[in-house]
Design a protein around this ligand. Structure first.
Ligand code: CO
Length: 441
């Protein structure tokens, strides 16, 4: 296998085993533990060893990893991505019988998906359950890991205008079918079995539907890959791999993968929470740095907020900016928006372009079509707690928020190379808008 294929195989394997943000954070934790990283608990006092790597999870769905440098850091080099993707979330006691011959499940929307793409595909259920224990409660991850549900389309014969634009009612059109009348009560039993618990001991749960379509590499030259949840697990994967590969002796490398980006990041574990600032400040205190040292370090710090970008669509160039057309397999995309939905500015853009040029990684530019609102991401929200030079980037992809998305097969490696180079660079604030970019390579 070529290095590119190996990387994509590892990426698709990671995504296949990460049906929810909980599983994504769990798999990243395993990857880091395999490299000798030690998990810290937020509820205990930390004793950190210089030269060692650590990670913290909050809510089991957000992960922040870092390595303690031998000397106190001049700054932090931070990448950030998100662990969640749009999905349907199960409501409590989700069984809904209909017509005495069907068992459906009651769901609501998590984030903004393309509803139509979830229809007529095998789906399953995964997430986190909270189980009663002798002394309290315990969280457990579950994945039913089988073709279990489908949301059936209405036949064209019963909806002659279906191809002329359609409004989906989540409550009416998007409820998945679990089985016939015999399926009543089965979901709760399957979840309890997967959790290794008695049904009555499951006190609460966060359970989501997920798409079972396997990831694949395709195209005349195998130039594309498709998979559920490429937004943003492709970037989360690249951030961790880049974090493991790059290093600069005078910076502290940090990698944050946040939950809840798709619903605005405003949770205790989201990018707008204190989780990143809590970790950075605790590390500084452990290293004997004071509040003054922390703020000075932030000035010589840099964040790469990595969340996938829109490639120009072959059938709909009209919705893209007239002159900036990001393409798959042409490297990392830097995202700009005048209203600062993206945190990139001229300084962070210039610094990141320099890092990519030094690494030999192609850079593209994204602007929204001036008449569209566009998306948002986590960079500017994270800046409300930890304010530092930030660039918003992503890999070009098609069909964002579809149940199955499309990206470039060569781009995963390009992003890892760019981020490894980023972690090998110190971005030192020299005052009056000047920055020195010291590369350790
Ligand atoms: Co995203």
């Amino acid at each position: 296998m070529t290095a590119m294929n190996q990387t994509n195989r590892a990426l698709l394997d990671f995504i296949a085993h990460s049906p929810t943000a909980y599983h994504a954070a769990d798999n990243l934790a395993r990857r880091l533990a395999g490299e000798g990283y030690q998990e810290l608990s937020e509820g205990e006092k930390w004793a950190l060893e210089r030269g060692k790597g650590y990670f913290v999870r909050r809510n089991l769905s957000t992960l922040v990893a870092f390595r303690v440098p031998l000397e106190n850091p001049r700054g932090f080099q931070i990448t950030a991505a998100h662990s969640d993707s749009p999905a349907f979330k199960l409501k409590h006691a989700a069984d809904m019988a209909v017509d005495e011959h069907y068992t459906r499940l009651n769901v609501e929307k998590y984030g903004g998906m393309l509803c139509a793409t979830w229809l007529d595909r095998p789906l399953s259920v995964a997430g986190k359950v909270v189980v009663r224990t002798a002394g309290g409660v315990e969280s457990r991850l579950v994945d039913l890991d089988r073709d279990l549900l489908m949301i059936p389309n209405l036949a064209i014969h019963m909806d002659r205008t279906a191809n002329e634009g359609k409004a989906y009612s989540i409550q009416k059109d998007m409820l998945p079918l679990l089985g016939d009348e015999r399926a009543k009560g089965k979901l709760a039993a399957l979840v309890a079995q997967a959790a290794g618990a008695e049904e009555e001991d499951i006190l609460d749960a966060d359970l989501f539907l997920y798409c079972r379509t396997p990831g694949t590499v395709w195209g005349a030259e195998e130039e594309y890959l498709s998979s559920p949840r490429l937004d943003d697990l492709q970037c989360a994967f690249c951030c961790v791999e880049g974090f493991l590969q790059g290093d600069h002796p005078r910076t502290m490398p940090v990698c944050a993968v946040f939950d809840n980006e798709e619903v605005g990041s405003g949770t205790k574990q989201g990018a707008a929470s204190t989780v990143l600032s809590d970790v950075l400040q605790r590390v500084c205190r452990c290293l004997g740095m004071d509040g003054e040292d922390y703020l000075a370090a932030l000035a010589s710090s840099f964040m790469v907020s990595a969340d996938n970008a829109h490639a120009a669509h072959p059938n709909r160039l009209d919705v893209a900016d007239p002159t900036h057309h990001p393409h798959m397999n042409h490297g990392v995309v830097i995202k700009y928006s005048a209203n600062q939905k993206y945190a990139t500015d001229s300084v962070s853009g210039a610094i990141f372009r320099t890092i990519c040029r030094r690494a030999g990684v192609e850079v593209q530019t994204f602007h929204n079509h001036s008449d569209t609102l566009g998306g948002s991401t986590l960079g500017n929200l994270s800046n409300s707690q930890v304010s530092l030079n930030t660039v918003d980037i992503g890999l070009a992809q098609l069909a964002m928020h579809s149940a199955c998305e499309i990206a470039g097969a060569e781009d995963t490696q390009a992003m890892i190379a760019a981020l490894a180079a980023f972690y090998s660079t110190l971005v030192e604030d020299k005052g009056q808008g000047k920055y020195a970019l010291d590369s350790a390579r």
